[in-house]
Design a protein around this ligand. Structure first.
Ligand SMILES: [Zn+2]
Ligand SMILES: [Zn+2]
Length: 155
């Protein structure tokens, strides 16, 4: 059994050990952003530290709801950040808007866990044709994907 976690929109863990009945602040005292204790889609509570633990130093904000597999709000915040980074580089690269859209759709798929290997291969070859800017973007996509995958692989 697990306690409930309170996590702000920035992915910052206010507490991994909220007790039933006690409520965290509505907004993060550090970031001023909304604080969540449940999935915004299916309302399943966010799993915190196990009952019996006195502290949870290794606890990190989960990226996806284990109940409905939708990304949590902070995952979307990070995705938006990654996408605007990608946008910034795409503007410089002169990539077609079609390709730009599929690159961004791929990043969204990564966050949602639906991206396929075929998509990755397609994106990769588009980016390779762009030269150095393409590899910067590819690194960003890869970095974002690696963080998502690392978190998904966690028990
Ligand atoms: Zn915060
Ligand atoms: Zn959910």
């Amino acid at each position: 059994m697990y306690r409930t976690a309170a996590i702000c929109e920035q992915g910052h863990v206010l507490s991994a050990m909220y007790e039933a009945g006690s409520l965290p602040p509505k907004h993060c005292p550090k970031h001023g952003t909304k604080v969540y204790m449940a999935c915004t889609y299916c309302h399943a509570r966010i799993q915190g530290a196990p009952y019996g633990a006195v502290s949870a130093p290794g606890y990190r904000a989960p990226r996806f709801c284990p109940e409905c597999a939708k990304p949590y709000p902070w995952t979307l915040t990070q995705l938006e950040r990654a996408q605007s980074e990608i946008d910034r580089h795409l503007l410089k690269s002169g990539v077609s808007s079609n390709d730009a859209d599929s690159i961004k759709a791929f990043a969204t798929g990564l966050a949602a866990g639906t991206a396929t290997r075929e998509q990755a291969t397609g994106i990769r070859s588009v980016l390779q044709s762009l030269g150095p800017v393409g590899s910067v973007i590819w690194d960003q996509v890869k970095d974002f994907g690696a963080r998502v995958l690392a978190d998904m692989a966690k028990p």
